[in-house]
Design a protein. Sequence first.
Lengths: 81, 81, 147, 147
Amino acid sequence: MDVLYFAWVRERIGHPKDCIETPPGTVRELVEDLCSREERYAAAFADLSALRVAVDQQLSDFDAPLDGVREVAFFPPMTGG
Amino acid sequence: MDVLYFAWVRERIGHPKDCIETPPGTVRELVEDLCSREERYAAAFADLSALRVAVDQQLSDFDAPLDGVREVAFFPPMTGG
Amino acid sequence: MEIRVQAEPFDFGAEAGAFAARQAGMGAVVTFTGIVRDLEGGGLRAMEIEHYPGMTEKAIEAIASEAADRWHTGDLLVIHRYGPLAPGEMIMMVATAAPHRADAFQAAEFLMDFLKSRAPFWKKEVAQDGADWVAARDEDEDALNRW
Amino acid sequence: MEIRVQAEPFDFGAEAGAFAARQAGMGAVVTFTGIVRDLEGGGLRAMEIEHYPGMTEKAIEAIASEAADRWHTGDLLVIHRYGPLAPGEMIMMVATAAPHRADAFQAAEFLMDFLKSRAPFWKKEVAQDGADWVAARDEDEDALNRW
């Protein structure tokens, strides 16, 4: 499964993408796994209320299951237009 | 004083403009004077709620005084835009 | 603020592009253009627009000034044609600029609502089988109450 | 419905003019364009727009489809740029056509409100003394609640 980062999430983590061999059950568990890896992940995910998540390119939430999912993305609130 | 007519008011009266030498006190009295002239004025002014009036090129009402006024115009509700 | 009342056609794209290009410091530009629609089932020969020379410009200026007072806008542009127009021709346009989009949208909608019912224009539809003055719609009058 | 997500500049006037010219049977066309504003006091070197390739097009398509469902509209156009932009450059535009003006305005405002907060774009302001991600504004999130 691909995990993508955008905007300041990408900058704090230091790269745009990770590949996860065996995803956990939910987005929240994925975040916990990433945070336990390195301090910069913990810094990026410190305040989940400041983050948005997309699952297979659809806006989703942190309780979404990851079964069969190919791509998860984390980013700050969008500022288009 | 010039009295102008637009759209179907002009068409019913048959000309775009009258000149009044000695205007009466109010717009409503002007309408009464005109209606007493000829049937086509009475036809044009039959339903005042379907008409609008401008006094010196400002939207006004039928009770407006005509003292010092140079131009009165009668027309149906506007359909610009 | 620029107001033009004219019989001649105008080039909507060129006007909109030039307006947007000269809005230094503005983040948002909204335009509206009104187009002559054919009748249901076709057959419209012309839309004739009568106006009240002298009052028209003043009325539009008053409407545009009120829009500029009510919202935080930059420049405003109004072009309105009169005379006979063919189906598909552009009748009029407004353009508004503002630092933020809400002001640009609100000013444009306000301009349109008041141009529709408070600027001295009258539309007549000329078809094969006769001509009819377009009646003012209650909903256009109602639209003024929201401001 | 036409959606373009591109790095290249677009010609707002030409796009708006061509869009309006091809709206047979529509009486109203509304456009919005967003322009890069300089910082208060100047000094903006660039506005960098990051996006999420793949998701961006899908998200805009979903927003435009909902607009087309909700209002009685004709064609819809959305162009949104990404990459570095200079002050005064146009970031994006929408255009909506409808038989009546209320639908054209509502659809355009709906598109803008959702593009602002639900399409995966992120803006970064690069100035002489550093770069900052533009924070989402509460009022932009609140704007969604009116629909």
